[in-house]
Design a binder for this molecule. Sequence first.
Ligand SMILES: [Zn+2]
Ligand SMILES: [Zn+2]
Length: 85
Amino acid sequence: MTRAESQYLARVARLGCACCTLLGIGEPDTPVEIHHVREGQGMSQRAQHWLGVPLCIACHRGPRGIHGDRSILRQLKCDEMDLLS
Ligand SMILES: [Zn+2]
Ligand SMILES: [Zn+2]
């Protein structure tokens, strides 16, 4: 990862969880993990660093999260690309 990319990801991480923010339950101090959107195959590995979405542990790896049954996305009526924007 380049220096610019890590700075970008650090800034993204400070935004807080994208799902919780949309739900209006986001807490600014909640630790987030960066989920890398894998939609749009054919992109280089490097480009995927710029497709990081900040998600709290529950929204990322929890049972309802993006690696779980993804019901959090259905509740928000959006997909990973919406979170990114
Ligand atoms: Zn969350
Ligand atoms: Zn992920």
